[in-house]
Design a protein around this ligand. Structure first.
Ligand code: PLP
Length: 226
């Protein structure tokens, strides 16, 4: 991907995000995470040079390789993938800005234990399976608020900052909207408990996600397309 294409991709995205957020409110700020899981370090660098600062990966090993290759750039790295217990230590060592995919209480307890051992803290979002698809990870929406409060209570070294969801995998916009609305309602309930980020929306559905209240979108293919 050359700089001209990177600029065009980013400008197109920002234009759409800007319009979508202004339809909500001029005070509604949306942050863009470039999901680089299918992109090379070189393409990440090109997008960085045209102005994108935050990127996300879904595999600990990829996060490690790309963040080390690009360690000279002040990139903000996010982790958005399913976290296996045997990768927790590796992830902690990489110091990601935000982990979007804390998807169960047992995982939170295990992660917290390892963080305490290392005297480190990590910012996380609770992932919610708002579409009830069994291919997706995340907690049941009906249990989300309880689990969020349990993590706040039991996991001193996890800094919970909100919630994340992946929209329903469907052509039916109403179904996708429903999964976002469910998540936004949970987010609203958790604002008094410190929730700040509602991470929802990808290339195919970020405008709908923003309309439903997302303030953090995770965009991959649209940003890195050639
Ligand atoms: C891949 C991925 C994205 C980005 O998906 P695109 O459709 O390429 O924008 C967002 N969130 C998660 C968790 C992902 O794994």
């Amino acid at each position: 991907m050359d700089k001209i294409i990177a600029t065009k991709n980013l400008d197109n995205l920002i234009t759409k995000v800007e319009a979508a957020r202004l339809r909500v409110s001029e005070h509604h700020i949306v942050k863009i995470i470039g999901i680089s899981k299918y992109a090379s370090s070189e393409d990440i660098k090109t997008l960085y040079e045209v102005g994108q600062r935050a990127f996300g990966e879904n595999k600990v090993q990829d996060l490690k390789e790309k963040s080390q290759t690009l360690e000279n750039l002040p990139i903000e790295w996010h982790f958005v993938g399913t976290l296996q217990k045997n990768k927790i230590n590796n992830l902690i060592d990489l110091n990601p800005t935000l982990v979007h995919s804390l998807d169960s209480l047992p995982l939170a307890l295990e992660l917290n234990k390892k963080l305490v051992e290392r005297d480190k803290k990590l910012s996380c979002l609770l992932q919610i399976n708002s579409s009830y698809e069994n291919t997706k990870s995340g907690v049941d929406p009906k249990e989300a608020i309880d689990i969020y409060k349990k993590i706040l209570e039991l996991c001193s070294n996890i800094t919970l900052k909100g919630v994340m969801t992946i929209g329903a995998n469907s052509e039916d916009e109403e179904l996708i909207k429903k999964s976002f609305t469910i998540t936004k309602e949970i987010f609203n309930t958790l604002i008094p408990f410190g929730a700040r980020y509602c991470s929802m929306g990808m290339s195919g559905d970020f405008e709908l996600a923003i309309a439903c209240g997302s303030n953090l979108i995770r965009v991959g293919s649209t940003l890195f397309k050639n």
